[in-house]
Design a protein around this ligand. Structure first.
Ligand code: SAH
Length: 256
């Protein structure tokens, strides 16, 4: 009698959103609450990880600032191995899995190995930061184009950013803390006005969130003097300077 072919698990690439557990999708929460194996990176809030059953196997593949870094290829191999052993795997990633999350690479390797992949979208940091800092990414009067770019060195030197920022446009920069000064210089060299408003949103959608506002020419010092740390987003465009909606909101809330 031949044995039945072993069951192959499914890999769920799940977006965990920017931090606040309330910003998970219902689907992400349901998958997490029934998880047997969770593979997560460093950006996922502990309160979200705590939603998994106690019996779940939690595997951290934290990358940022961790000494025990795991290479992307090894993460991909881990997901494939677990699935081929018959386990459904919840691969939990900060924000959205397909926005600077390397979810594309993980999905490709899984599919190439015959492993089914499902993607559960999450609220990307740009949306989380926009909501918490009261920065409308588009606005009928201020911006009808919004771009997401990666600000780390590779993105910065390889990419042509001409046309991404300026009048009527909002530029959201992920992973740009270390290169903020260089980013401002690059954009000003491209012709952007030094007084273009900018905002830096650190720890968006988390209790320790900070929102700093300034101008493009002052972006480098703004980040350095306030000791901004990752995770933080830089938003460049007129939408960040619209009458400081956050202050208006706070005044209104205090008056109530
Ligand atoms: N997949 C994620 C992005 C991963 S890249 C997403 O869709 O949001 C990591 C970068 O995302 C960080 O360097 C930072 O720029 C940004 N980021 C993630 N979470 C953030 C948060 N809570 N506040 C501000 N920026 C955040």
């Amino acid at each position: 009698m031949s044995k039945a072919a072993p069951k192959v698990g499914t890999v769920y690439l799940v977006g965990a959103g920017p931090g606040d557990p309330d910003l998970l999708t219902l689907r992400a929460a349901r998958l997490l609450m029934n998880a047997k194996v969770v593979v997560h990176d460093g950006l996922v809030d502990p309160a979200i990880l705590a939603m998994a059953p106690r019996t779940a196997r939690m595997i951290s593949v934290a990358k940022s600032r961790s000494r025990h870094t795991m290479k992307q290829q090894d993460i991909n191999a881990l997901l494939v191995r677990e699935a081929l052993e018959g386990n459904d795997v919840i691969r939990l990633k900060g924000g959205d899995p397909f926005v600077f999350g390397r979810g594309g690479e993980e999905a490709e390797d899984c599919l190439a190995a015959g492993v089914t992949v499902q993607v559960v979208p999450g609220i990307s940091a740009a949306m989380g930061a926009a909501a918490s800092a009261m920065i409308p990414l588009t606005h009928r009067d201020s911006a009808s184009i919004v771009s997401f770019v990666a600000g780390q060195c590779k993105g910065l030197t390889d990419q042509n950013w001409a046309g991404l920022a300026g009048k009527g446009r909002t530029l959201v920069i992920y992973m740009g803390v270390a290169t903020a000064e260089a980013i401002a210089e690059k954009l000003m060299a491209d012709g952007l006005a030094p007084d273009m408003p900018v905002a830096v949103v650190e720890n968006a959608a988390r209790p320790e969130m900070r929102v700093l506002r300034g101008s493009l020419a002052g972006l480098g010092p703004l980040v350095a003097e306030n000791k901004v740390r990752s995770p933080a987003l830089i938003v460049i465009g007129e939408v960040t300077g619209r009458g400081d909606m956050m202050e208006l909101k706070q005044v209104l809330e205090m008056a109530r």
